[in-house]
Design a protein. Structure first.
Length: 143
C-alpha cells in the first residue's frame, strides 16, 4: 500500500571540518604557559591534553574518572586542574590526562568557562554574553 522509505540522505552531505584553536596551558595563573594547537570538540565535556605536557607544567592528577568515547567504549583516566588562556581570556578548568593514543581536545566546558561558543554559521569562535539569573527575595536589597 505505501512505498518503503529510502534510507539514503536527501541532498549532498558535506564532511564535517575540524577546527583547531591556539590555546595556552599553564599549571598556575603565574605560568609558565605552553602554547598548543588543540582540536575543538563540542561533543567532549572535558579537555584532554597529553600527560607529558601536563606533568612538565606541574599539573598533578587529582583523581580518576570514567569517560565515554565516541565509539561507546569507556576508559578510565586521571584528571587535574589547568589554567588556560584563549584570545586574552584566562580560566581554570578540569583537564583529562591523555593516554598515548588519545586525541588532545578542547572540550565545551573549558570553552564556555573562557567565555566562547562555537559559531557554526561562520565556522569560528565568538564571545558570548554572560548571564546571571537571580531572583530577589521579598524585602532584600541588592545594594
Amino acid at each position: 500500500m505505501y512505498a518503503q522509505r529510502s534510507s539514503l540522505p536527501v541532498g549532498r552531505r558535506r564532511p564535517m571540518s575540524r577546527m583547531f584553536v591556539d590555546l595556552e596551558v599553564g599549571g598556575s595563573l603565574d605560568g609558565p604557559f605552553k602554547p598548543l594547537a588543540v582540536q575543538l570538540d563540542t561533543g567532549s565535556d572535558d579537555t584532554a591534553l597529553p600527560r607529558p605536557v601536563l606533568r612538565k607544567l606541574g599539573i598533578r592528577p587529582l583523581g580518576w574518572d570514567w569517560y565515554e568515547l565516541a565509539d561507546g567504549r569507556r576508559v578510565r583516566r586521571q584528571y587535574g586542574i589547568a589554567f588556560f588562556r584563549l584570545r586574552g581570556d584566562v580560566g581554570a578548568t578540569r583537564v583529562m590526562f591523555c593516554g598515548p593514543r588519545d586525541a588532545p581536545v578542547l572540550g565545551v566546558i573549558a570553552l564556555e568557562e573562557l567565555g566562547f561558543i562555537m559559531d557554526v554559521k561562520r565556522g569560528g569562535l565568538r564571545k558570548f554574553r554572560r548571564q546571571m539569573i537571580s531572583t530577589r527575595r521579598a524585602g532584600v536589597s541588592l545594594a
